[in-house]
Design a protein around this ligand. Sequence first.
Ligand SMILES: [Fe+2]
Length: 266
Amino acid sequence: MSGLPAEDQTGTALVDLHCHVLPAVDDGAVSLGEALAMLSEAVDAGICLVVATPHSDRCPPESARAAVAELRAQAAAAGLGVELAVGAECPLDVELMPAWQAGRVLPLAGSAYLLVELRAGFFWSPAVSDLLYRLQLEGAIPVLAHPERIPAVQQDPSLLEPLARSGIVLQVNAGSLLGRYGSRVRRTVETLVERDLAHIVASDAHRVGELCELPRALDRIAELVGQETRQAMIARAQQIARGLPVDLPEPRTRRRRPLLVRWFRR
Ligand SMILES: [Fe+2]
């Protein structure tokens, strides 16, 4: 069950594919009260489905599934109209491939999409893209979390072009577009959006006050490159939650801006 409206005619149902909402399993919500407050914020933000993505090395699949079932029951009891699904955020390291092959890591909402991250302190190298391609050969569709926070990408966003062309989904953080991580990350994410190297936006929320950034970040994307891209990102997140294939745009070698923005910035 994806938790999405069967017919979302308006295309406005927001899905958050990256969220540390499960209480007391990783560095996300610290208590049930905080988790419920985050879900209440999701409802106010127009989010209909939150995929809980605890760090896979801190929360094994069986614990994540049990925590989602418990939080889902608590949210229903509290009258919160938001659905929860289970996933994980997996570090890109040597243990990931055997874990995927053995079914020991959870993809997003029961799909083939696997949320992966390059941890701080790990450097970008050919081994990273190699691992992503090998995961594809093993049936996974990697979703790379917050590439705008990777120093090598900040220096050279073109590093992401071959990944995007190979069908690897690039997920940027809502907070990056709103300045939560500073100006360097903000500049980088704007470049990625303008070069079609950002395919979906998610909250990566760890605390109250971060889930509500998702609709604001989508508005910022519309400001930067237009409504069409905003809608495409919303639709892609829905498709991923439904386990369906997504269309990824051809990366642009140059930044783009809507005509009016370009004219005013001259
Ligand atoms: Fe995360």
